[in-house]
Design a protein around this ligand. Structure first.
Ligand SMILES: [Zn+2]
Length: 250
């Protein structure tokens, strides 16, 4: 069987959404991906314009223009005067639903089937579109509601501001020696996740921040060994202090 790329190659039955005052909107994998990308880019502090989407979804600008036209026609996305893309309340509801299903699938694969944490995102990108309301309810009953995914990320829109308010910092911003814990990592790049796993920096791992080096790397103490990590990876890893760690804290 040929290796499936993280893009959507599986045939998924489109779902139908009924929005108030409008006739039923036929959903497709690609429409759902657009809505989710807008919501996620927004939560990461990006001003979302068509070019942002082209970058996030790795598709050509003309394809994005055509996709957005369909979403505007369906009343799921609108554009403000400056060209900024905004989700309508119907569009946001769909994006949230997909994000919840993504989280449940990742947790199912990891917690129930023991799939490696760095692999589950790609699987969930495909399967999230095929989850019915019924299956979602069963998954929630088994796995519990509103828990972080294996990458440490939360379903409810968790902006950069929210994270900072909780005391999370990006690893590359740390300048004081001390004990820290990996809170979450960006999850969309498989090569990055495999790298992070190979150095042992998975979510929940505690480490000692030792020094910043001349070559822009930092030295970390992990259990009984040391590792050096560069700024490109460090800026995609969220950490919190492990000094006054509270139980159950997000
Ligand atoms: Zn995740």
């Amino acid at each position: 069987m040929p290796h499936l790329k993280p893009q959507h190659t599986a045939a998924v039955r489109p779902q139908t959404v009924h929005s108030a005052g409008r006739k039923a909107v036929k959903m497709t994998v690609s429409k759902e991906d657009y809505l989710k990308a807008i919501a996620e880019a927004e939560s990461e502090g990006d001003v979302v314009i068509a070019a942002t989407l082209a970058r996030w979804l790795s598709i050509s600008p003309p394809a994005v223009t055509a996709g957005l036209r369909r979403l505007k026609r369906d009343g799921l996305v609108r554009k403000d005067k400056g060209g900024r893309l905004l989700l309508t309340s119907e569009g946001r509801a769909i994006a949230e639903r997909i994000r919840i299903r993504h989280n449940l699938i990742e947790r199912m694969l990891h917690e129930v089937f023991g799939m490696e944490w760095y692999k589950v995102h790609d699987e969930a990108e495909r399967l999230e579109h095929a989850v019915s309301q019924d299956f979602e309810e069963r998954l929630t009953a088994v796995l519990g509601e509103d828990r972080p995914c294996p990458h440490g990320n939360h379903v409810v829109m968790d902006t950069i501001g929210d994270r900072r308010e909780r005391g999370w910092r990006r690893l590359n911003e740390i300048v004081n020696a001390g004990k820290y814990e990996v809170a979450a990592v960006d999850e969309r790049d498989r090569r990055f996740l495999e790298f992070v796993d190979s150095v042992g920096l998975r979510p929940g791992q505690t480490f000692e921040w030792k020094s910043k080096n001349y070559d822009d790397t930092m030295t970390l103490g992990l259990d009984s060994r040391e590792c050096r990590i560069g700024v490109t990876a460090a800026e995609r890893i969220w950490v919190r202090s492990a000094a006054g760690k509270r139980r159950g804290a997000r």
